[in-house]
Write a protein that binds this ligand. Structure first.
Ligand code: 5AD
Ligand code: FES
Length: 351
């Protein structure tokens, strides 16, 4: 029966809510292999064997929010807070360029110290120095005016995971001042402005049910984000969810493959969190349909302070080491690193 569901998903990109839920609940290991094989086929039809690199610059771990799952939440007094100055951020990009990165992701907590004017100047300066590169922002919920200003300064893409599409679940993961409704509104605004937009959720977040995961899939099918970031939830001991279990490798791989089949042209990272719960997690992600990796370009001195969850990998490695290590890992899977911005390929029609 799951064989038929996988076949339908691969051929029509569509499956009913009930079938999605049954597939997630009952898929066997043998059926998983067929699911991953279909995901690889579809991904290769669109993007070939290329894996795109994104250089992640975690420029501030100061955050005004207090999400229950996140290690850099406002109330976590155990975090040593840091902010990178503009010159350091730009140096990270320059170093990244020499290491073949053609996309820079500026990610941080929601830190008002970085004004819109400052973000715009940073974006403009990166684009001036590296006109062949894409700039991605991942700095949280802002006003439409702010999003427009960054876009006009040259930002190409924006990552803002929706975290969970279900409003009740959203309320159990966040304090009352945050709402899933506002989150979704931000995503729609970003799309309307013209960004390539990334949504996504944690797999195995506390309180998550299969119905909620199906809600996520249905929400993303409607939004059609160019990028989808998913990785397992991993507890951070100094947060309210510090005692909760991690999401599983299997469930994450199943979702990566299903997302690839539902949205063949999506840019789908094998995340650091996936590499944290399994030493070969990122490789397994690539073999389940992912086609992006996001090595860290942050200065080694601050890496260990941007800990959204415990056990995060790559915190002790120089950017150059990570880059080499990543190339080796990707080649072992039979794919190769592309020296390319890796923009979204808009599919006009089916494959
Ligand atoms: N485990 C896994 N992922 C996490 N994130 C935040 N905290 C955790 C955690 N404990 C994810 C969120 C956020 C992204 C930047 O990192 O989904 O959007
Ligand atoms: Fe960072 Fe291997 S990818 S050390």
């Amino acid at each position: 029966k799951n064989e038929a569901r996988i076949k339908q998903l691969a051929e029509t990109r569509d499956l009913s809510r009930a079938d999605l839920k049954l597939l997630l609940r009952t898929i066997t290991d043998a059926e998983s292999e067929e699911l991953y094989a279909q995901a690889r086929r579809v991904r290769e039809a669109v993007y070939g064997k290329a894996v795109y690199l994104r250089g992640l610059i975690e420029f501030t771990n100061v955050c005004k929010n207090n999400c229950y799952y996140c290690g850099i939440r406002r109330d976590n007094a155990h975090v040593e807070r840091y902010r990178l100055d503009d010159a350091t951020i730009l140096e990270c990009c320059d170093r990244g360029y020499d290491l073949d990165f053609r996309t820079f992701v500026l990610q941080g907590g929601e830190d008002p110290t970085y004004s819109d004017a400052r973000i715009c100047n940073l974006v403009r300066e990166i684009k001036r120095r590296h006109p062949d590169c894409a700039v991605t922002l991942s700095i949280g919920e802002k006003s439409e005016a702010s999003y427009r200003a960054y876009f006009e300064a040259g930002a190409d893409r924006y990552l803002l995971r929706h975290e969970t599409a279900n409003p009740e679940h959203y309320r159990t993961l966040h304090p009352p001042e945050l709402s899933g409704e506002n989150r979704k509104r931000c995503l729609k605004t970003l799309k309307a402005i013209g960004y390539q937009v990334g949504a996504g959720m944690m797999v195995g977040a506390p309180g998550q049910t299969l119905d909620y995961l199906v809600d996520d899939l249905v929400f993303m099918r409607a939004l059609q984000p160019e990028m989808i970031g998913i990785g397992p939830f991993i507890p951070q001991k100094d947060t309210p969810f510090g005692g909760q279990p991690s999401g599983t490798l299997k469930m994450t791989l199943h979702l990566l493959a299903i997302i690839r089949l539902m949205q063949p042209d999506v840019l789908l990272p094998a995340t650091t969190a996936l590499g944290t719960i399994d030493p070969l997690g990122r490789e397994k992600g690539i073999l389940a349909g992912a086609n992006v990796v996001m090595p860290n370009l942050s200065p080694t001195s601050v890496r260990g302070k941007y800990l959204l969850y415990d056990g995060k990998i790559c915190t002790g490695d120089e950017a150059a080491e990570c880059r080499r290590c990543m190339a080796m890992r990707i080649e072992k899977t039979g794919y190769h690193v592309a020296v390319d911005r890796g923009d979204h390929i808009a599919l006009s029609n089916g494959i």
